[in-house]
Design a binder for this molecule. Structure first.
Ligand SMILES: Nc1ncnc2c1ncn2[C@@H]1O[C@H](COP(=O)(O)OP(=O)(O)O)[C@@H](O)[C@H]1O
Ligand SMILES: [Mg+2]
Length: 448
């Protein structure tokens, strides 16, 4: 992409309505524009990152054997009356009446709809296990939408639902979800800690929330510092191997980590004092096992091996896809702007032409641009007639992790400059070497 042809409405002024850094930076970098309270348009740069995040979620769900599908945003109230949640859900549910006077709603979540799909199509235990998921917009009429995409009213969520014959099978699904979520967040360059959470109004026995540590987080969290050392790295996960998934879950759930809702001071105090941490966190996902709550209420039963009809064991599992953009920025920025982790960056590297119109500099930039593109990389070439300072400021603000700077002076010596956004360190090297280096940096990320 060439910046002269792109739509990147960066703001010079710091928007006064934004209270936290991720919201400010998303507005300043021209990623989003508020349409109305808690509802946003995704401008091209923001949309690119959103798509990258969605792709990672899809890839990791595919690995775990979960099936993508898509349900509508608008639902009929009838199903919600069956489960009893039409009256329970309260003011957060946006209720709509259609022209025939029928009660509709904009889905805040989809347990009812998916349970209806299941009960209409599955009747034997032989069709289990089954896990279906979607990435779809949700609407919750939050009292205080705030912090930009972090607590929106309309937001994008990955929501998945497992259907199993027994509790044991459902816990295997729970474990697969935990492992796939850990992989998902790691690929986004995030440390998201699974914490024992409260099951709240949805009800159920087992639930973990995934929290990214950040001062601006809305949850209070308590954890053993040891949990920060855990990573999956490039270990191979075989999702068909329940024992391996259960081992990984055990590894991540053994150190103490809880939100304030389930915090147990006596247990916490058993951790050596130097490892006891409390801070704030952003909830970027949650997994739930809730047993037969919906299947019993809505008659989602299957015929078991003995011929008896039994309600299926279910769980639901969510990732805050749009919220993740805010969480990643909260975790990765400096005073100049965003610093995208390589896994989610909107463009792999920037190309800054210090002297637009100079034949040699223009030519070198074009060659770099084609070489990177030919390798399947997405460069963003700043080809505008702007002064160098302005170009650097834009690149820093929008946070591309790598930048190649091209100027007549360097070219005289046969070199360009490769700069790392995170460390600020620069290296001079011949253009072809710079291309090779960028390709090497992204090779493991693209193979993930
Ligand atoms: N208002 C919101 N704006 C953006 N993301 C949200 C919002 N509410 C929930 N999410 C995201 O969706 C994920 C799954 O939703 P869920 O656990 O049902 O939400 P909650 O815990 O807020 O009831 C949450 O972990 C969070 O990351
Ligand atoms: Mg939650």
């Amino acid at each position: 992409m060439r910046l002269s042809r792109y739509f990147l409405p960066v703001l010079k002024e710091t928007p006064s309505e934004a209270q936290i850094v991720s919201h400010r930076l998303m507005l300043r970098a021209g990623m989003i524009k508020q349409a109305t309270a808690g509802i946003y348009s995704w401008l091209p740069l923001g949309y690119r990152v959103l798509r990258k995040i969605e792709n990672i979620v899809h890839e990791e769900q595919a690995r775990a054997g979960h099936l993508p599908m898509l349900m509508p945003t608008l639902q009929s109230a009838d199903l919600w009356r069956e489960s009893g949640r039409y009256d329970d859900y309260g003011q957060e549910m946006l209720r709509i009446t259609d022209r025939h006077g029928r009660d509709m709603l904009y889905g805040p979540t989809n347990e009812e709809l998916i349970t209806d799909i299941f009960r209409s199509n599955v009747s034997s235990y032989k069709d289990l296990p089954l896990t279906l998921y979607q990435i779809q917009w949700k609407f919750r009429d939050e009292i205080r939408p705030r912090f930009g995409v972090m607590r929106g009213r309309e937001f994008l969520m990955k929501d998945g639902y497992n259907f199993d014959l027994t509790k044991e099978d459902a816990m295997y699904a729970y474990d697969r979800h935990m492992v796939s979520y850990l992989r998902t967040y790691e690929r986004m360059g995030l440390k998201a800690i699974p914490m024992r959470a409260d099951s709240g109004p949805i009800g159920g026995d087992d639930t973990h929330e995934f929290l990214v540590l950040a001062e601006t987080g809305e949850s209070e969290v308590f954890y053993d510092a040891d949990i920060l050392n855990l990573t999956l790295g490039n270990r191979t996960v075989n999702y068909d191997d329940h024992a391996q998934c259960a081992d990984i879950v055990r590894e991540w759930t053994t150190p103490y980590a809880r939100t304030d809702e389930t915090h147990d001071a006596a247990l916490f105090d058993q951790i050596p004092e130097a490892r006891r941490r409390s801070s704030r966190g952003i909830e970027v996902g949650q997994i739930f096992y809730f047993g037969t709550k919906y299947s019993e209420a809505m008659g989602a039963t299957v015929q078991g091996p003995d011929g008896q009809a039994v309600p299926v064991h279910m769980g639901s599992h969510g990732i805050g896809v749009s919220r993740l953009l805010g969480a990643i920025i909260e975790a990765s920025h400096d005073d100049k702007g965003i610093i995208w982790p390589e896994g989610v960056t909107p463009f792999h590297c920037g190309i800054v032409n210090l002297k637009q119109g100079d034949e040699e500099a223009d030519g070198a930039c074009e060659t770099l641009y084609s070489a990177l593109t030919a390798l399947g990389l997405d460069p963003l070439y700043d080809d505008r007639n702007e002064r160098a300072g302005g170009k650097f400021a834009t690149m820093d603000l929008i946070g591309l992790p790598w930048r190649i700077t091209v100027g007549p002076r360097g070219l005289k010596n046969g070199v360009v400059e490769l700069t790392c956004r995170r460390t600020g360190e620069s290296e001079e090297l011949p253009p072809q070497e710079a291309v090779k280096r960028v390709a090497e940096i992204y090779a493991p990320i693209r193979a993930a």
